[in-house]
Design a protein around this ligand. Sequence first.
Ligand code: UGA
Length: 436
Amino acid sequence: MKIAVIGTGYVGLVSGTCFAAWGNEVVCVDKNTQKINALELGVVPIYEPGLDELVERNVAAGRLSFTCNLANAVKGAAVVFIAVGTPPRAGHGDADLSFVYMAARELAPLIDDNAVVVVKSTVPVGTGDVVEKIIGSVRKAGTFSVASNPEFLREGVAIRDFMEPDRVVIGVEDEHARKVVTELYNAPLEVQMTPIVVTQRRTSELIKYAANAFLATKITFINELADLCEQVESNVSELALGMGLDKRIGTSFLNAGPGYGGSCFPKDTMALLRTAQDYGVAVRIVQETVTANEARKRRMALKVMDALGGEVDGLTIAVLGLTFKPDTDDMRDAPSVPLIETLQRFGARIRAYDPVGIENAQQILSDVELIEDPYECARGADAVVVITEWGDIRSLDLSRLKTIVRQPVLVDLRNAYEPGAAEKAGFRVSAIGRST
Ligand code: UGA
């Protein structure tokens, strides 16, 4: 099947490449000529494990190509995915849909008859209706379809999430779209018996927000329980296991930490709140989740201060891990940022290490000494604070680390080390959801 993907950001690039790997002929289109030129040379603009190689293989096989020419990209395509960004509108919190609508306006006169336009970008409920109206203003009704197909990819494991999804969600309003989009996924996923949920377009749009808001709530729940564990001398990791093995609850997304971040949960929970507000519905639990998470990210600075006896003025703090989670270079809404800024306001000097995120961190953080080696970063520090649980940070030699620091204070905001391991190496440890 020929597929066009509009937008070569994270979602568009991963999806387009994976569709090509499934044997489709995929053309990815973007207005950013620099990005397209780089991709044509095999340079992938984002950090995602395995993606470079998959792009290279599918380009070489002649199944995947990149262009700035929308007309050529959509010509002959049975399916046209819109995968452009929907960033939060400044000061509003709702999603900025201007790129989605622009794509719809531009593709409308160019697509083949019977093409299915599929919105993959994360969009508020009802966006598919507007896209249909925009295309319908230049094309006869019945000669095109508009569907919704949200993505559930996690940065860092996006290729596996695409190739082996828990489920696929497709929102359609007509039989032709149902047949075409279902077939696109069913052929490669049939052997894995992946459930494909076919629903109305509006429900599909809402599923994406509901899923992200639920996961954000789950993390916030365990984070608050972690606070309680610290007070009552109990252990949140064991608590999460004991709870999570109940199949109705599930063990994943129950790791307590410094609060969720990233380009999705903060943005999507806010956008869901805006939608609910627009329709006069209270989704209080999501509101509480957002509030609690924001407060938590800043409160983590107090945890560091407590570990140092209440003061950080003039002290040097070594921060290990800056990105919002491991295996990504993404710094968007990373908990490290408010934590570092708060510590700086209290007079701390910050040195920081991240295996991949330093370049992006440079754009966001000021007055932070960014160091490319974790041990060098910790040299002479009054406290070491683990914010992101990268593999190389988890496997640091704690005894060696202890010989380098000025004060043996370790604040482990991800429970990256086994209880007792850092104490054995001589550190005074402050972890999440346990008394030591
Ligand atoms: C999230 C969803 O997991 C994906 O299903 C969804 O497709 C994606 O958003 C999106 O909407 O595009 P992502 O933001 O890449 O994916 O990262 P997650 O792995 O979900 O982590 C989000 C945040 O929650 C991170 O800051 C992470 O450290 C935190 N987290 C996650 C925890 O604190 N504890 C956990 O147990 C899990």
